[in-house]
Design a protein around this ligand. Structure first.
Ligand code: FAD
Length: 415
């Protein structure tokens, strides 16, 4: 198999590179790219991130795979990957749009009314407004269909009450996509309805959650009699599960492997720069063995990712095999980070960017990867998906699937 660019891809890469060189600073090869997992971005950083997105939009480098009518370039996924590889070499503001552009935009395109598409998608692409995903609740994560936040009819609109949690970026978001329970008498998957909610509306309260790495990238969000017009309903009443599945299928693709397994070169650099038993660590046979193991697993992951990409570029829809990337990549990233901290000896315990080796990359990754192993489907859920839908093993027993939701005791039955 040939992994080189085709002539068209090479030409596209050169064009992207030329634009980036004119508009951003190229990061020198030995400079560590910052690890932005779970930071709480300052107002200044958010402003810069929005300005960068709008500049890309205005000059034809945003949402490359989206149709032109929404400000995209109608390009293939491979071009988007090439763009991502090139942009990653430059110093650019953090991406506030992974959820909006990766998951919520495609959901709007699939289920929105013409009016909703016109009103929201182009603006979402332009990036002056940011969107968040309001799915998980304290008692509904893996078992998302067990959610309890309610939406009840109120004249020509709805009133939303309840609590969401782990809502990434809710603190700087203008809109959210929320799944609510509208019919507690229906079985749990059938009584759900999906809405667009204005995060600045009366009754929405966002509270930050402090993370172990010192950041707070996600939040609790409370809804008290939040009024949402019926025009903000995405899909039919009771059809929320089907709409949510579109978001979740896109989430698998948007998240990709995650976890930092792509940082192998930085690990190699560290093994060259640190010492073990009086010699460079890279000369130690146990270290070499470990590095070889990480390299093989990272490469396996990269090529599995390429296989998925080739299938998608040939027009396949994201399938359950997309779960493999994160199920393997996140634990691998965590193991690599743990090993890197071990290589650093006592310096492994230092987290402060200014003092830590490689600007604290591995310490941040060590503290961040457990979250990656949970976000967008835990390790166990991904393995269940692979078992049931790829390997066709017998499904889990789901005792509450067909019972009216009101009869399911809170917090005790999972499916
Ligand atoms: C960094 C981060 C960002 C996130 N961002 C968002 C966001 O923007 N919006 C949003 O809505 N949510 C977000 N989440 C929430 C995320 O989707 C949930 O945390 C995740 O789905 C797991 O749900 P839970 O936390 O309720 O854990 P639970 O579902 O309660 O799971 C607890 C444990 O039980 C295991 N388990 C559960 N069910 C099964 C089963 N059937 N078989 C085997 N094991 C099982 C799980 O694997 C896990 O180990 C984010 C989470 C993280 C960590």
């Amino acid at each position: 198999m040939n992994f080189e660019d085709t002539p068209q891809e090479a030409a596209f890469r050169a064009k992207a590179r030329a634009w980036l060189e004119q508009n951003a600073r190229l990061r020198p090869p030995d400079e560590i790219a910052p690890n932005l997992l779970g930071e709480r971005e300052s107002a200044d950083v958010i402003q810069k991130a929005k300005a960068w997105q709008t500049k890309k939009f205005d000059e034809g480098w945003a949402v490359l795979t989206w149709p032109k009518e929404y400000g995209g370039q109608a390009l293939g996924r491979l071009e988007a990957v090439v763009w991502g590889q090139e942009e990653g070499k430059f110093e650019v503001p953090p991406n506030l749009y992974a959820i909006g552009h990766g998951m919520l935009g495609p959901t709007l395109m699939a289920h929105g009314t013409d009016e909703q598409k016109k009103k929201y998608i182009r603006e979402m692409a332009r990036g002056q407004v940011v969107w968040c995903q309001l799915f998980s609740e304290p008692d509904a994560g893996s078992d998302l269909a067990g959610l309890r936040t309610s939406a009840t009819r109120d004249g020509d609109g709805w009133l939303i009450n309840g609590q969401k949690i782990w809502s990434t970026g809710a603190h700087f978001s203008d809109f959210g996509m929320i799944v609510t329970r509208t019919d507690p008498n229906a079985p749990k998957h059938a009584g759900l309805t999906y809405f667009i909610v204005d995060m600045h509306a009366k009754g929405v309260e966002v509270r930050p959650i402090k993370q172990i790495n010192g950041g707070s990238g996600f939040n609790e969000v409370f809804f008290s009699d939040v009024r949402v017009p019926d025009a903000n309903r995405l899909g039919g009443v009771g059809d929320g599960w089907r709409v949510a599945i579109t978001t979740l299928m896109n989430e698998r693709v948007a998240i990709g492997a995650g976890g930092g397994a792509g940082r192998f070169k930085d690990l190699l650099k560290l093994a060259r720069a640190t010492r073990r038993n009086g010699r460079p660590a890279i000369e130690d046979s146990a270290v070499r063995q470990k590095l070889a193991d990480f390299y093989i697993r990272s490469k396996g992951l990269q090529f599995t990712g390429y296989r998925t990409l080739s299938a998608l570029s040939r027009g396949a829809t994201p399938g359950p095999e997309g779960s493999i990337g994160k199920a393997v990549g996140a634990p691998l990233g965590q193991e690599m980070a743990s090993f890197a901290m071990e290589l650093q000896g006592t310096m492994g315990a230092v987290l402060a960017d200014a003092l830590a080796l490689q600007e604290g990359l591995w310490q941040q990754m060590y503290l961040g990867t457990p979250g990656i192993r949970i976000a967008g489907g835990t390790d166990e859920i991904l393995k269940n998906i692979i078992a049931e839908r790829v390997l066709r093993l017998p499904p889990e027993i789901r005792v509450d699937k067909d019972r009216p939701f009101r009869d399911i005791p809170s917090g005790s039955v999972k499916s």
